[in-house]
Design a protein around this ligand. Structure first.
Ligand SMILES: [Zn+2]
Length: 212
């Protein structure tokens, strides 16, 4: 039940997604700072896997930072949310497991405003679990774009520039850059997949061929 005028925010899920260098963490930090100014009890959580800059802070590429709690799994994150917390910010959400969807749902049902930032696609251009399902259940979705490093157009893809390791490899400006659809070059495996699906789409159905 929503109590209007109590100052307690209505529970909901907000997702901020987009490619690398699109300013997702910045937007997350901006919303969280506003909540802090409004004297709401805010908690920031991120997966333990992100040790890029700091164990205990959410840091944007332009070096704005907020103190964060690290959690190895989504269930563990749920346990770390205090009973009086009103706003939960989650950064690098793509590195949490699929339980994140149920956890965010549970938190929102408790009346908590959950703001989730993460990559919607991996470097192959594929939806990055658990983000797709989270986008489906969120009240508010903000998909932001970066700038294509080839042509300067708005960019929605994260281009990997080196071919080492798996998709858990974290970004820095040396390894990834933002690209538009035209300049995004998915890796070989994905290119073969695209060729196969195109061939399938172009294939003439056998009945039509027989009838001619
Ligand atoms: Zn481009």
């Amino acid at each position: 039940m929503t109590v209007h005028g109590s100052g307690f925010p209505q529970g909901r899920i907000e997702v901020i997604c987009g490619p690398m260098f699109s300013g997702k963490s910045e937007e997350l930090i901006r919303r969280l700072r506003r909540a802090i100014i409004a004297r709401q009890r805010v908690q920031v959580i991120k997966p333990t896997v992100d040790t890029r800059y700091s164990e205990s802070e959410v840091v944007s590429h332009s070096d704005v930072r907020l103190t964060a709690t690290c959690a190895p799994t989504a269930r563990d994150m749920y346990a770390k949310v205090h009973s009086r917390t009103e706003v939960v910010g989650i950064d690098e959400a793509q590195f949490f497991d699929e339980d994140l969807v149920a956890v965010c749902d549970g938190l929102a049902n408790r009346g908590i405003r959950v703001i989730v930032a993460g990559l919607d696609m991996d470097y192959r251009g594929r939806p990055f679990a658990p983000m797709p399902r989270l986008l489906g259940i969120a009240e508010i979705v903000t998909k932001i774009q970066a700038v294509c490093m080839v042509c300067g157009a708005p960019a929605s893809f994260s281009q990997r520039l080196s071919a080492t390791g798996d998709r858990v490899e974290l970004g820095s400006s040396e390894r990834y850059e933002a690209r538009c659809r035209r300049h995004f070059e998915p890796e070989e495996e994905r290119q073969l997949e695209l060729l196969r699906s195109r061939a399938e789409a172009l294939r003439v159905p056998s009945q039509v061929h027989d009838a001619s």
